[in-house]
Write a protein that binds this ligand. Structure first.
Ligand code: NAP
Length: 250
């Protein structure tokens, strides 16, 4: 019954978001590929989906900016219809650093994208999904991180704390809108092979840490995407306010 549902996957020009957009399109969703800066990459993802027979658009919007987040959802209203599935995947980190060296500019940048962006997108989604506002319900999956549990000491405690906020957002919002036809759940990936680690200053970070993972290897974006897609789907119709750790047992 997922056929033709409208999905927005924030930050889906690459990595876990791109894998999720592709999986959802394959399941029949009409997909909005959102990105912040890399138009060519987002276009390539959307084009691949369209070539495979899906309906997909690419929409630039920095989710940390209120006007951009509002425009993202309005564009989707117009081009695909009201959103019924939201994946709050857009996230960022900055070079590894101890807390004693972090300035306010860095901390606020992390929080703006990883926390404010997720809140704004939840807000816009609820306005459209909630039966309280005449909507038909929907499903939201937030992408947190195993870092919310470990705290990422010596690497990026700011990033880890932003993911702790996502866990709390998931729990609180899931109860707030549970009676309005909306489920809110969360996936916490572990060490996944994406380009994000290069942004943290260590492209080979997953390989360095592989031995510390109980399963002995890093994960693929597709392995995370499957957990996201299941939580979005009707197969998870009685699952709300919960977390899937896609972290190889970590
Ligand atoms: P990634 O490869 O760095 O991709 C990030 C995506 O988010 C890109 O499409 C990027 O678009 C977009 N983006 C960044 N800031 C944005 C903003 N303000 N507004 C809109 N889009 C924005 O990341 P990833 O590794 O796939 O991670 C995806 C999610 O999983 C993130 O929330 C991350 O924290 C989480 N996660 C990842 C790992 C891991 O090991 N990779 C582990 C745990 C959790 P542009 O390129 O256009 O800027």
């Amino acid at each position: 019954m997922n056929s033709k549902r409208v999905a927005i996957v924030t930050g889906s020009s690459r990595g876990i978001g791109a894998a999720t957009a592709k999986l959802l399109a394959g399941k029949g969703y009409r997909v909005c590929v959102n990105y912040r800066a890399d138009a060519a990459a987002a276009r390539a993802v959307a084009d691949e989906l369209v070539s495979a027979g899906a309906t997909a658009i690419a929409v630039q919007a920095d989710v940390s900016l209120e006007d951009d987040a509002v425009r993202l959802f309005k564009t989707v209203d117009k081009e695909l219809g009201p959103v019924e599935a939201l994946v709050n995947n857009a996230g960022m980190l900055l070079p590894q650093m101890r807390v004693e060296n972090m300035d306010a500019g860095r901390i606020n940048r992390i929080l703006a994208t990883n926390v404010t962006g997720a809140f704004l997108c939840c807000r816009e989604a609820i306005k459209r999904m909630s039966t309280r506002h005449g909507g038909r319900g929907g499903s939201i999956v937030n992408v947190s991180s195993a870092a919310a549990r470990t705290g990422s000491p010596g690497e990026y405690v700011d990033y880890a704390a932003s993911k702790g906020a996502i866990d709390t957002l998931t729990r609180g919002l899931s109860v707030e809108v549970a009676a309005e036809g909306i489920r809110v759940n969360c996936v916490r990936p572990g060490f996944i092979y994406t380009d994000m680690h290069a942004d943290g200053g260590e492209p080979d970070r997953v390989d360095r840490l592989a031995d510390s993972i109980p399963m002995g290897r890093g994960g693929s974006p597709e392995e995370v995407a499957h957990a996201i897609a299941w939580l979005l789907s009707d197969e998870a119709s009685y699952v709300n306010g919960t977390f899937i750790d896609a972290a190889g047992g970590r």
